[in-house]
Write a protein that binds this ligand. Structure first.
Ligand code: SF4
Length: 410
């Protein structure tokens, strides 16, 4: 086995990590979406996919085993709530069998309104799901239709109520602004309605139009205009003010939560923590190695099936690479890690903590970024960032030019 394989296939001591499970099915593609997902197919495909996830969990279970201590599990997509509760239960069983899943782990499932029933919700809870993230996006039916979503505003309320009745006491709502044609008044109304339902967490994202989407084509053909930056920023700050007034802690650029309800799983991405991704196109970060699986679902399933066909003599690590399951890996250099740590920490309210930085990288922050210091201090003087002897962070004003400031450290 090569040194590289050793580094990400073996854990010599206990490691705290999150586990991400990608479910790549959706009823139909939303017009703005560039995530990897397939139109919902038959039950057979979902069952085969679940079986492949179970094989993959067993594969890493043989290598990491109980040394991988997961305090968060996140089913993301796609639309994980299209998976039958029985399949989710089997996947959870395999995680519990193969890894050390903390008894108080945060176990989240992304779901879309209009895909849930009381029976399904009951089944998910029984399988161990204890947090839901609802893709609400808007409470305006015209906006939802424009986005190509399958649900209506009333479905959000129904789903939310059903989830509460099923015992879910930790829920996020995703909201989207800067949708072409969305007025400031309508956006305020959406936030107000979301707050009225009392979720524990709200994520609020600006619509980003990628080239290879329906919206991307409409923009390039001149059939749609992107929202001007000034309006986008006004909507962002409007949301921020309303959320803060409602008692939410704005802990990351696009995320706010009631006290102690921050998403523990997503915090791992912003704090340079390890995570294992299972499923087609899932990304992992273990022991400073980034690797990801093939995106094509059938290729992923057949790579996992071949592992099963090896009957007792599991494929070696390099064979799995050869079997086409992992299509990317990158061993971080020290500078890669420092840049990633800094970049992601600046997304959070906490910012870069110098003590934590020095503990990880054995060097004082400004000794690495001495050349950039005067430029950063210029941002501090102009109110875009703050800095003291213990940390640096962006201010609310600085969030509007966050990419520019973060680029200093990349
Ligand atoms: S439901 Fe989510 S993942 Fe599926 S197509 Fe729409 S935006 Fe993309």
């Amino acid at each position: 086995m090569t040194k590289t394989n050793n580094q990400f296939f073996n854990l010599e001591k206990k490691m705290a990590a999150g586990i991400y499970i990608h479910i790549p099915f959706c009823i139909k593609k939303c017009f703005y979406c560039d995530f990897f997902s397939l139109p919902l197919d038959d039950y057979k495909l979902r069952r085969e996919y679940a079986r492949a996830l179970i094989y993959e969990a067993a594969f890493y279970g043989e290598r990491y085993g109980k040394n991988l201590k997961a305090d968060t599990v996140f089913f993301g997509g796609g639309t994980p709530s299209l998976m039958e509760p029985g399949l989710i239960a089997r996947i959870m069983e395999s995680l519990n069998k193969n890894f050390d899943i903390a008894s108080d782990a945060e176990i989240t499932m992304e779901c879309n309104p209009a895909t849930l029933t009381p029976e399904k919700l009951k089944g998910y809870r029984a399988a161990g799901i204890n947090r839901l993230s609802i893709g609400a996006q808007s409470f305006n039916d015209e906006v939802l239709q424009k986005l190509g979503r399958i649900h209506k505003a009333e479905d959000i309320e129904k789903t939310f109520d059903l989830a509460r009745q099923a015992g879910f006491d930790n829920m996020n709502m995703d909201l989207m602004f800067a949708v072409p044609g969305l007025t400031l008044k309508e956006w305020r109304k959406t936030i107000k309605q979301a707050l009225g339902m009392k979720p524990e967490h709200i994520s609020f994202y600006s619509l980003e139009i990628s080239e290879e989407t329906v919206f991307g084509h409409m923009v390039s053909e001149g059939k749609m205009k992107e929202t001007p930056v000034e309006k986008d920023r006004r909507m962002y700050h409007e949301a921020l003010e309303m959320l803060k007034k409602a008692g939410f802690n704005h802990y990351e650029i696009s995320n706010a939560a009631l006290p102690k309800r921050e998403c523990r799983h997503n915090l791992k991405y912003w704090s340079f923590s390890d995570y294992l991704g299972l499923g087609a196109s899932a990304h992992s970060f273990i022991n400073k190695v980034r690797f990801s699986n093939v995106g094509e679902v059938n290729q992923y399933i057949s790579a996992m099936d071949r592992q099963d066909m090896a009957k007792g003599s599991r494929l070696g690590d390099s064979d799995v690479m050869g079997a086409g399951c992992i299509d990317y890996f990158h061993v971080n250099s020290a500078m890669d890690s420092i840049a990633e740590y800094t970049f992601t920490a600046l997304r959070t309210k906490k910012g870069v903590d110098f003590e934590d930085f020095e503990k990880r990288f054995k060097i004082y922050f400004w000794d690495v970024f001495g050349k950039e210091r005067s430029m950063f201090e210029e941002y501090v003087r102009n109110g875009y960032a703050c800095s003291d002897s213990r940390h640096i962070a962006l201010t609310c004003k600085g969030i509007d030019i966050s990419n520019k400031i973060m680029a200093l450290f990349v």
